[in-house]
Structure formats: structure tokens, C-alpha cells
Design a binder for this molecule. Structure first.
Ligand SMILES: *[C@@H]1O[C@H](CO)[C@@H](O)[C@H](O)[C@H]1NC(C)=O
Ligand SMILES: *[C@@H]1O[C@H](CO)[C@@H](O)[C@H](O)[C@H]1NC(C)=O
Ligand SMILES: *[C@@H]1O[C@H](CO)[C@@H](O)[C@H](O)[C@H]1NC(C)=O
Ligand SMILES: *[C@@H]1O[C@H](CO)[C@@H](O)[C@H](O)[C@H]1NC(C)=O
Ligand SMILES: *[C@@H]1O[C@H](CO)[C@@H](O)[C@H](O)[C@H]1NC(C)=O
Length: 423
């Protein structure tokens, strides 16, 4: 079974390029180029379209349970934070689109017309303990004087934007860097001398857009043994590195090692072996984590892996009317096929961080996981859907990224708790 197509970054890419695209009207040859690109990308997703979709029904045993702020105790130290379920929470989210001014337009679901708010009133409840409510002052005191970077695609950025909102309750950040395409961002919290970065890297390894007969195919040539310098050069200045990536791996990509083609993902060429996205994901995470362990200037770095974040189109694929219009979470038993390939990709990532952790101990490096996959499989209600403020692709739903505020804020509650346990 092939994975659900993923267009999150494709959306992002379209919006970043929006001005360019509009300018194309006066440049017909470029317009044709854009159309060819668009059609190619469409066909790639058609090829990858899954044959069936997750179907859910609603049934919540825990609707009336409550959660409260807990002081972490001894029991909390050992409990598995990531095994649990969502329970009712009467409290309002920690920030709103008024209190947080940095929510990107595409994630500001309420500004873009989302009306239902019930999805904001759920908390993650680990089976054996409680996940403390995010406390910005605890977070800032742990990371005082340090640099934390989210390294990956637009979902890494999504988590950074959530953290920015959560921390803004305590201190106003100053923007210190933004590149022209807004893919790299740096914020500084002067009172805590804390630096927060988003480093764009679609694949973690070196990748070059694949061009055939002068046209971009939408696919990439991936060099599985060459680390993407966009993050590698910054690594010595980073204390906490949070890695995530996966969605770009579902395109028609070609895989290289030592400069030689070793196979592809979904290329459908008779003489090239299709090794599948799982292979490419495994190899790139292995390469990234090995690079950290081999890096002479990076001793003492804490590396976290944020596991696969599922895309949740229902009633079709992203380009065949698929949407995500649920307004409440689902329970574990309702997740179709126990998460299917989403869970497989999560397992691959977890195996690689575990492998790195064993080696890292000898190098003074720490590796840990933000294992969000299970929790997010239960949150098909947390996506922007039609409410991502798109002008260019009207009618298309975004069932990949997450609304702010929304269930993605729990990722930063996991982050704080993991950092607190290590502190
Ligand atoms: C904030 O959300 C409300 C709905 O809760 C919406 O009406 C408003 O446009 C949004 N405002 C901003 C500044 O995002
Ligand atoms: C802020 O932190 C950096 C390390 O991230 C350190 O080099 C610098 O001296 C600190 N500045 C102050 C004013 O403490
Ligand atoms: C590229 O162009 C050649 C010559 O026109 C053609 O035979 C070939 O099929 C094209 N390849 C693709 C992938 O379109
Ligand atoms: C695969 O076959 C195509 C068409 O015959 C050719 O252009 C290409 O170079 C071949 N690739 C490899 C790796 O042999
Ligand atoms: C979601 O998609 C299905 C199938 O295309 C459609 O029947 C349904 O009306 C859509 N829901 C909304 C709220 O647009």
C-alpha cells in the first residue's frame, strides 16, 4: 500500500512563490513551464493516491474527565509520555490569535473562517501520569543562554510557530534574521538570552530539484551520504536540535550514494529499483545523526527527533476533493489499520534515533524523541482544512499542517517535559 500523498510543502511552496506565479501572466513561456510543473506534481500525487481512506466514528469515553496542572513528581519521571489519549479540557488555550501576533496567516484558522472551537478543548493524557500544561517561564529558564533549532520542513516550522506563541506569553521575542524566502528564521529572547531558529531542510541531506528535458519534475536527486549544509554549518552553535522530516520523501525522487544512482522512490523506470520512501527516510536520518556523532565541535548537543506527523485527508486525496472537516478527536480504536504506513515511518525514525543514542553516549551527545505520531493520529480535527487562507488553490484542503492554536501545541508540552527531565 502506498502512503497518503503529502502536499504540505507543496502548499508552502505555492504560497512562497505566489507573487512570481501572478507575474507569469505577462510571460507566457514561464506560464507554460508552471503548468507543466503543476501537472507533473499532480500526476505524481495521483500515482501515489491511496486506495482507501481512514474512516472514523465518534465515541468518547473520556469526555467528562478533567486534567489539571500537576507538579511533576517521581512517577512522572519514568512514565511514557506518548502513550495515552485525549481528554476533555474546559480551559481555554494558552494563547489566541489576539495574544499571539506571530501566527502565520496560513495557520490562523479562525481568521480564515474556521468556526468550530471544540477542538481546542482537549488535553493529552499519558496513561501513567500527566503532561504538565506548558509553562513558558520554566521553559525559558531551562533554555536560558542557549540556542534551539527546529530543523526540517514546514511542519518543523509549524512547531516553531507554536512555541513562539507559547513563549510570547512570558517575553516578547525579537526577530533577528529572516531570509528572502522566509525559510530561515531566527528569534531572540533578550531577557533569557535564548535563541530560537527554524532551519529549512526538506531532506536533511543534499537534494537538487530534478530537471528533465528542461522542465522541473517536482522530484529530487537525493545524496544520501551528503549532509545538507543549511543546518550542518549551524550545528556547532546549536544546543538543542529538533529534527523532523518525511513528507517530501513521497515524491518521485532518485537516490544517490557516493555519487552513484542506487535506486529511486516511485520513479517507475524499468531499470531503476524502487527502494521506497521508508528506505530513503531511514538512510537520511541515519546520515544526519551520524554526522552529529562524528562532529568534533558538537559535543554536548541534545538532539530530539519529532516523529512522523500524519496527513489526514478523508473522502479523497488532496487533489480529488479530499478534506478534513472533523471537529473532535477520535479514540485509539478508531484509527484505521493501527496507523498503517504512518506508523511504519514512525518506527523507522524511532529505530534510527535509538541507534544514534547508543553511539552518542560515548561522544557525550544525547538523543531523545518527541513521539507525536500516536497522539496526532487521533487528531484529524486539528488541521486547517479549507481554512488556510489560500487564494491560489481555492477549494483545496490542507490536512497536513496544524491550526494555531491547536493540538500541535502539545508537541511543545512534550518538548518542555523532555527537556525538564534531562535538565
Ligand atoms: C481571531 O479569531 C477570530 C475568531 O475567533 C476572528 O474573527 C478574527 O478575525 C481573528 N483575528 C485575527 C487578528 O487573527
Ligand atoms: C548569550 O548566550 C551566548 C551563547 O548562546 C553567549 O555567548 C553570550 O555571552 C550570552 N550573552 C549574555 C549577555 O549573557
Ligand atoms: C525528453 O526528450 C526526449 C527527446 O525529445 C524524449 O524522447 C524523451 O521521452 C523526453 N523525456 C521525458 C521524460 O519527457
Ligand atoms: C534507464 O533507462 C533509461 C532509458 O532507457 C536511460 O535513459 C537511463 O540512463 C537508464 N538509467 C540507468 C541507471 O541505467
Ligand atoms: C468533504 O468531501 C466530500 C467528498 O468530496 C464531500 O461530499 C463533503 O461535502 C465535503 N465536506 C465539506 C464540509 O466540504
Amino acid at each position: 500500500m502506498k502512503p497518503t500523498p503529502n502536499i504540505g510543502e507543496y502548499f508552502q511552496h505555492c504560497l512562497i512563490k505566489k507573487e512570481n506565479v501572478l507575474n507569469l501572466v505577462n510571460r507566457p513561456f514561464l506560464l507554460i513551464y508552471a503548468l507543466v510543473f503543476f501537472t507533473t506534481v499532480l500526476s505524481i500525487y495521483v500515482l501515489c493516491a491511496p486506495s482507501n481512506f481512514v474512516s472514523f466514528t465518534s465515541n468518547h469515553d473520556d469526555d467528562n474527565q478533567r486534567n489539571s496542572i500537576v507538579q511533576p513528581g517521581k512517577d512522572n519521571e519514568k512514565c511514557d509520555l506518548f502513550k495515552g489519549h485525549w481528554i476533555r479540557d474546559v480551559k481555554s488555550p494558552l494563547y489566541t490569535n489576539f495574544s499571539c501576533r506571530t501566527i502565520p496567516h496560513q495557520r490562523n484558522c479562525f481568521m480564515n473562517g474556521r468556526r468550530d472551537k471544540d477542538f481546542l478543548h482537549w488535553r493529552w493524557k499519558p496513561q501513567q501520569c500527566k503532561l504538565p500544561v506548558f509553562d513558558p517561564s520554566s521553559f525559558l529558564s531551562i533554555v536560558q543562554g542557549k540556542t534551539l533549532a527546529f530543523i526540517g520542513d514546514s511542519l518543523a516550522r509549524n512547531q516553531m510557530e507554536s512555541l513562539l506563541c507559547l513563549l510570547s506569553m512570558e517575553e516578547n521575542p525579537k526577530e533577528v534574521y529572516k531570509d528572502a524566502e522566509d525559510r530561515f528564521r531566527t528569534w531572540h529572547f533578550p531577557h533569557h538570552n535564548f535563541t530560537l531558529m527554524a532551519l529549512w531542510s526538506q531532506f536533511l541531506v543534499t537534494a537538487k530539484g530534478r530537471v528533465v528535458n528542461g522542465s522541473a519534475t517536482g522530484g529530487f536527486d537525493l545524496h544520501l551520504d551528503q549532509i545538507d549544509d543549511n543546518w550542518a554549518q549551524k550545528l556547532p552553535s546549536i544546543d538543542y536540535a529538533i529534527f523532523s522530516d518525511a513528507h517530501w520523501f513521497f515524491r518521485s525522487n532518485y537516490l544517490y550514494e557516493g555519487g552513484n544512482l542506487i535506486g529511486c522512490v516511485y520513479c517507475q523506470e524499468p531499470n531503476v529499483t524502487d527502494l521506497g520512501p521508508g528506505f530513503a527516510i531511514r538512510r537520511t536520518f541515519r546520515a544526519a545523526f551520524s554526522y552529529i556523532n562524528d562532529c568534533k565541535d558538537c559535543s554536548g548537543i541534545i538532539t530530539l527527533l519529532r516523529t512522523f506527523s500524519p496527513s489526514q485527508f478523508e473522502n479523497g486525496a488532496w487533489n480529488t476533493g479530499g478534506n478534513c472537516t472533523r471537529t473532535t478527536p477520535v479514540v485509539h480504536e478508531e484509527i484505521s489499520n493501527a496507523g498503517g504506513v504512518d506508523w511504519d515511518y514512525r518506527n523507522i525514525q524511532v529505530a534510527e534515533i535509538e541507534r544514534a543514542r547508543k553511539r552518542g553516549e560515548k561522544h557525550g551527545n544525547a538523543f531523545d524523541v518527541l513521539d507525536v505520531t500516536g497522539a496526532m493520529l487521533m487528531r484529524p480535527d486539528g488541521h486547517p482544512g479549507l481554512h488556510w487562507g489560500n487564494q491560489w488553490m481555492k477549494g483545496y484542503s490542507d490536512c497536513i499542517h496544524w491550526c494555531l492554536p491547536g493540538p500541535i501545541d502539545a508537541w511543545n508540552e512534550f518538548l518542555l517535559e523532555v527537556l525538564r527531565r534531562r535538565h
